[in-house]
Structure formats: C-alpha cells, structure tokens
Design a protein around this ligand. Structure first.
Ligand SMILES: [Zn+2]
Length: 238
C-alpha cells in the first residue's frame, strides 16, 4: 500500500503572532525569576524572550536585573501573616522595577543611537542613575518589612485583630490621625498599609485592639505568592 503523494506542503499549525505580554505579566515574570534565579545571567536567560517581545533590549534587561538583584530584600527572621503579605508585595514591586528600569535603559540606548552616540555609554550612565533611584526604593522596602515585623509581633501577643495608634501632636498627618483608634487585621493589610508605613516619617504603631472600634478598610486577603510561580511557568514555559 502506497501513500498517495500530494503537491500540498505538509500541514503547518496556524502560526498565531505571539501575544504582546501585558505589563502585569512582565512584572510578575520578573518577580518570579528574581525569586528563583541566583545569578543575573540565569534571571536574564529566563526573561530575555518575553522581554524582547515587549521591546526591552537584552543589555537593558541585564542592567535592570543587576541593579535589582544587587540589593536583595532584607531577611526579617520573623514569619507571620503581615510579613508574608509585605514580602509578597515587595516581590511584586521588585518585578515592576525590573520592567520600568529595563524600559528606561532601553530608551537611553535608543536615543543615544539615534543621536549617533555610544549606546554602551548611555547604558552605563543610565545604570548609575537607576542605582540611585533604586536605593531609595530599597529603603522603602526595608521600612515596610520592619513595620510588618512589628505587626506580627503584636499579633503574637494580641491575636490577629489589632489596634492602630498614632502620636496625636502637631506633626501628625491627616491619614495617620484618621486611622488612630481604629482596628485592623494582621492578615489583611489596610489600604493605607501597616502602621509605620503611611509616609516617610510615620510614627504609627500596632497595639492591642480597641473594643468595638471600626475597622480600617482593607483590600482583603492577599494573593498567594504561589500564583507568581504558576504565572512564570505559563509565560516562560508555554
Ligand atoms: Zn503614621
């Protein structure tokens, strides 16, 4: 039995143009890569294809990863519901930083090229600038981690329902004053953040719950960190 030959080319699967990844996808993939990769090269290899589809050039991605990975989040040593939420949020923010830094560095290189200047020089200058910005960002990450530790310690003493206390003096801001005397849950971060993180010099602290006090609004339970890992699998493996 012979197979009839046909003039038709072998059937090809219909090639869909690759879908443009969304900013959320790109940031989530970077956050997941940062969580598992040990070296810049490994993280860069995991992200290169996805990021190049989004217009971020390879050297710019490398530069962004180098900056973010050179300043890892501080280990807090205390594990509790507040720390878990904040470390998840910090992981997401670090991923967003990789994306925004990668885009700005790509812009630096492109504008240098179009002006007949050295793209490498522009990249190095851009990395210096971004390092400075990221230093400030890292300080905010650290202060949120410290605030979360204080909440977890208060929760060990009082349970998950806690009270919010501020300093009622002439330096207090309206946001902190409005939260004073209300309650919140350690496992559901208030929309304004945990006490101590409302603004740069926030002096609010977690205390035992105020009986019958209203709750501060919160976005509800946090997204589990495992979702990031799943998303990375979909984005990079698929
Ligand atoms: Zn405050």
């Amino acid at each position: 039995m012979t197979t009839p030959t046909t003039q038709q080319p072998p059937q090809q699967p219909v090639q869909q143009p690759p879908q443009q990844p969304s900013d959320d996808d790109l940031a989530a993939a970077a956050a997941a890569a940062l969580a598992v990769a040990i070296t810049v090269d490994a993280a860069s290899a995991a992200l290169a294809k996805l990021y190049s589809r989004a217009g971020v050039e390879g050297p710019a991605l490398q530069g962004a990863l180098q900056i973010v990975m050179s300043m890892p989040p501080e280990a807090t040593g205390i594990a509790g519901p507040a720390t878990a939420q904040v470390s998840y949020l910090n992981q997401v923010r670090r991923g967003q930083m990789v994306l925004s830094i990668g885009r700005r560095l790509t812009g630096d290189m492109r504008s240098a090229r179009s002006n007949g200047k050295s793209a490498l020089r522009a990249l190095l200058d851009g990395v210096t600038r971004e390092r400075r910005y990221f230093g400030m960002h890292r300080d905010a990450i650290w202060s949120r981690a410290k605030a979360a530790m204080a909440v977890d310690m208060a929760a060990m003493e009082h349970g998950l329902l806690l009270g919010w206390m501020t300093h009622r003096d002439d330096r207090v801001t309206p946001d902190c004053l409005a939260a004073d005397g209300k309650n919140f849950r350690a496992d559901q971060m208030p929309l304004i953040g945990f006490p101590g993180t409302v603004h740069a010099k926030c002096r609010c602290t977690p205390v035992g719950p105020f009986p019958g006090a209203p709750m501060l609004p919160s976005a509800g339970a946090p997204v589990p960190g495992a979702r990031l890992q799943r998303r990375l699998g979909q984005l990079l493996g698929g």
